[in-house]
Design a protein around this ligand. Structure first.
Ligand code: NAG
Ligand code: NAG
Ligand code: NAG
Ligand code: NAG
Length: 445
């Protein structure tokens, strides 16, 4: 998930684990918890914390071609905190405006113009879609997504080495969606290049990864394959299927395809799996069953999703959940979706969660999360793992350290703080990618 927080701390009585920002060695673990909130080092883009995060997500990706800084700042100014309609309309108008520029024949003479304009339009369509999953029959759930895809594909085709969409059928009832981005031909003539395989988590699309990962990876001579499985934006829509915990059912066919496909030149000694946000669980789970992966990057480390989410319920709700009172639990939780008073973090987290796990009952949804834990598989992971932790990581706070401890000397633990200390290093993509590739260089050469 780009935004992690499911239940708002303020609303449901969570205590956000806080830490001091005293200068310290970032390699040696997070500072001890104290009762002080660390001071936020940047200015807010919205008075709603979820809107702020999502605006920062797009703003941060502008350095990798996701649009213009002023487009995002103007959206930040126009959008009313907490108002989903105002978010949707603002980003949709921006997307349409940018699409008009992309189609203007005066601009379209040049592939760089084409690419930049369509990537930006696509990124704005995705943001228009972001908070709009609570009503499953709203046709815009599909129409906005098709718009972002059409725009994205025009941009993909205009890359110096065009990206390629790949559909990978499985033995199960879904088809994996992937995009292959080959590195440019290297001066040394060696075709096999190191390769990143990238999967997101709760909410981001593989198209988002183009900006956060693919641009910096291609610049360093890496190939990239991004992919989506059940619950993730395109597969959720195409195959009407929610998340599954046994993610090896997704990853194994992906690696099979990558290593057997004509035109995919992969250096098999430098094949790296990356899991982002809740993908930190999905990738770790799948890596436990995939011996062909040579290194694993978890940003962040996720140990147990049920613990992460249910641990933030109010004592009253937790009691209903533990007592198995489905009806009462759902009656208490479902009205929160409709209430404009409820913070977006909770309204969106719940509404999107039900959609992407394909559940109508919050109770059954939370129960289903009990299958998403690393405890029983972690010892099967045999490769070097980078476990990322972040100072302002509220929701899975504490879990990266548990993952690190369980992995023992296979783990490198990295704690990001200050301006790079947000969930998935949002807004600090350059620093994050520098660290990531330096780590890979150290581990794989
Ligand atoms: C947040 O609210 C304060 C007080 O109403 C206002 O001055 C400020 O401009 C708002 N900030 C944003 C980013 O909307
Ligand atoms: C939310 O924003 C929309 C679009 O700007 C506006 O029409 C609507 O009145 C707003 N709702 C509230 C409750 O402010
Ligand atoms: C959901 O969307 C459909 C189609 O736009 C609409 O008819 C319906 O009123 C919406 N439901 C709610 C609760 O907003
Ligand atoms: C796909 O298969 C799984 C496991 O057999 C099942 O639980 C799920 O309901 C199926 N989904 C669809 C959309 O058919």
């Amino acid at each position: 998930m780009k935004s992690t927080f499911l239940f708002s701390a303020a609303l449901l009585g969570a205590t956000v684990v806080s830490s001091s920002i005293l200068s310290r060695d970032s390699e040696s673990g997070p500072p001890p918890s104290s009762n002080e909130q660390p001071e936020d080092p940047i200015i807010p883009l919205s008075n709603d914390t979820s809107f702020h995060f999502e605006l920062l997500f797009t703003l941060g990706n502008t350095v990798f071609g996701a649009g213009d800084v002023n487009d995002v700042l103007a959206a930040a100014k126009a959008i009313k905190p907490g108002n989903f309609t105002s978010w949707l309309e603002t980003f949709h108008a921006l997307a349409e405006h940018t699409k008009t520029q992309a189609e203007d024949p005066n601009n379209a003479y040049d592939p760089v113009n084409v690419r930049d304009a369509w990537f930006a339009a696509s990124s704005y369509y995705r943001q228009a879609d972001f908070y709009n999953h609570a009503n499953w029959t709203d046709p815009r759930i599909n129409s906005f997504w098709l718009e972002q895809r059409a725009a994205f594909d025009k941009a993909l085709a205009a890359l110096p080495v065009p990206g390629e969409r790949i559909q990978i059928p499985t033995d199960n009832n879904f088809t994996i969606e992937a995009i292959w981005y080959p590195a440019a031909a290297a001066a040394d003539g060696v075709k096999q290049r190191p390769t990143l395989v990238i999967g997101n988590g709760y909410d981001a699309g593989q198209e988002d990864s183009y900006h956060s990962f693919v641009v910096p990876a291609l610049a360093r001579g890496w190939n990239v394959l991004t992919y989506e499985g059940p619950g993730q934006p395109t597969v959720r829509r195409n195959d009407d299927i929610g998340f599954i915990p046994d993610w090896e059912k997704v990853l194994t066919p992906v690696i099979d395809e990558l290593l057997n496909r004509k035109g995919c030149y992969v250096d098999e000694d430098r094949l790296v799996l990356v899991g982002i946000s809740m993908g930190g669980y999905l990738a770790a789970r799948a890596a436990a069953f995939e011996p062909r992966i040579k290194a694993l990057i978890l940003n962040g480390g996720v140990w147990d999703i049920y613990e992460g989410y249910s641990g933030h319920l109010t004592p009253e709700l937790k009691e209903l959940l533990d007592a198995g009172k489905q009806e009462e639990f759902d009656e208490a939780v479902l009205p929160l979706l409709e209430s404009p008073e409820v913070p977006v973090t909770l309204r969106w987290g719940l509404g999107h969660g039900l959609w992407c796990f394909k559940q109508h009952s919050p109770y059954l949804w939370l129960e289903s999360l009990k299958d998403y834990a690393l405890k029983d598989v972690v010892e099967r992971i045999k490769v070097p793992v980078l476990v990322v932790d972040s100072e302002f990581e509220g929701f899975f706070a504490g879990q990266p350290e548990v993952v690190k401890d369980a992995l023992g000397d296979k783990a490198t633990y990295k704690f990001f703080k200050g301006t790079a200390g947000y969930h998935v290093q949002v807004g600090a993509g350059q620093e994050w990618n520098r660290y990531l590739f330096a780590w890979l260089n150290k581990i794989l050469g």
